[in-house]
Ligand binder design. Sequence first.
Ligand SMILES: Cc1cc2nc3c(=O)[nH]c(=O)nc-3n(C[C@H](O)[C@H](O)[C@H](O)COP(=O)(O)OP(=O)(O)OC[C@H]3O[C@@H](n4cnc5c(N)ncnc54)[C@H](O)[C@@H]3O)c2cc1C
Length: 490
Amino acid sequence: MKIISNSLGKQTKNSEIYNVGIIGGGISGVVTALSLDKEGIDSVLFEKKTSVVNGPPFCHLHAGGNLYPDISDEQCRKLMKQSIEMARLFPLSIDKRPTFISIPKPEKYEVDTIERRLKMLVVFYKKLINEDPGNEILGFPDAYYKKYNKEDLIALVERPIVKYPKSADEWMSNTMKLIDYKQLKTPVFIVQEYGWNLFRVGAQAKLALDKSEKCSLKTNTEITNIKDVRNQNLDYNWEIITNDTVYKIKYLVNSCGFKTGKIDELLHLNVRDLIEFKAAYISKWRTVSGLIPELIFHGERSTSHGMAQLTPYNGDYYQIHGMTKDITLFKNGLIESKGNEGQNEFDEAINRKLNSNWEESEIKSRTENAIKFISNFVPSFKSATVGGIPLYGAQQIPGEDPNLRVGEASFPRVFYARSEIVKASSALTVANQIINKINEEEGFSSIDNESKRNLLLDSISKKDIDKMASKLAIERGYPEAMSHLLIDRD
Ligand SMILES: Cc1cc2nc3c(=O)[nH]c(=O)nc-3n(C[C@H](O)[C@H](O)[C@H](O)COP(=O)(O)OP(=O)(O)OC[C@H]3O[C@@H](n4cnc5c(N)ncnc54)[C@H](O)[C@@H]3O)c2cc1C
């Protein structure tokens, strides 16, 4: 087993005993810390980078799983429920533009299957609203999706461009000005799956954590070792060790994302999972004069015709995913843990990118591949240019199924929880699972994860989120405009 650092002794012991120590300040760690704050439970949150929510990116609120034709209905329902919960926590990061879903003619997927699932989701969405009217954040349930046959599309071509579309027809008519619909199976769909701005989530979370009296946020702080003192009859169970300090912790939460296995390794645990490196590309494009929805052209993942996804951002920036090896996916980009070898590791080429060492030529060629890929369906998109550095990162997938899209918490030791989310939308569900377990093992009084509100997050003003999100975008090397929504919120 590899030990990250064994240099115990030179660190100072922090005298405070924290109820919970969370390692990793990605969306999972911050939502866990903010949920603990809501329950009145103190925590210390360690993040090795300079800011929180700075791991793999996210741009799409998967409120129904419509980007994944291969997943089960059950996963689609979970994604819808979890996405609604997260949108209620971070409403000012939700971009209320819909998603256009289509299947190119040569693809194996069937429009009937997509439509059957959409009908199922409408029923489920109504059920969620019945349980709690506050869940109605995706618009009226009967307008969750609208389907367009060939004749409908031809009729829409004649409509004028609408700068700020309001109805599904207006979104679709703007789309029709750009896409080559003859390549697509019909019907196609407009679905109320919205955009999700990661800079704004990071900003709101950071400002809320700064205000928290219960959570001590430690950025630029890497955990290098952990000592298990559960059998030593102390008032705490773990010593969490950084370069210069030892922290005493009762309950340990591992939210390290694709580095979850590193902490397992320190605890002599081997848990099977997958890790995957992916990237999305930023382009600049000026030809459209009205807003467009996110555009999805389904395709079989990992083939040369994998899904194409064009995500509009503020300021004429467009993010591109293409589920092929030349664009979003990478050679040796998906790897599984090998039995008892501890944390799985990417190869040198991927580690270099993970450490922000992309070569200019790689950025240019991958972004240009991405632009070309999209222009197969949106011919005028070929005039787009490279708009910035890629958004990239590695994520963890629990177990051995690369198609899994919802995450879970697991509890392989007493006083130890692992969070493994596949989509950012699972963060609150996993946080609640962890808090329930902490409550059970630590004997805290009953908790309030029924209420969907987090007063600390609610107390952060839009003005402050705007300011901090813009700072984070610039600090991370992205265009400032990408920190704003396409459709501003009140
Ligand atoms: C290209 C791409 C596109 C995606 N698009 C979407 C999308 O549109 N919608 C969606 O919902 N999801 C999307 N995802 C998935 C989403 O990004 C992840 O599910 C989510 O960000 C994972 O969050 P996390 O908190 O579990 O992990 P992370 O964000 O990876 O956080 C883990 C944190 O732990 C820190 N850390 C690790 N080790 C240590 C240590 N020893 N000490 C201190 N800190 C440590 C890391 O620095 C990191 O900040 C996408 C993923 C990728 C790669």
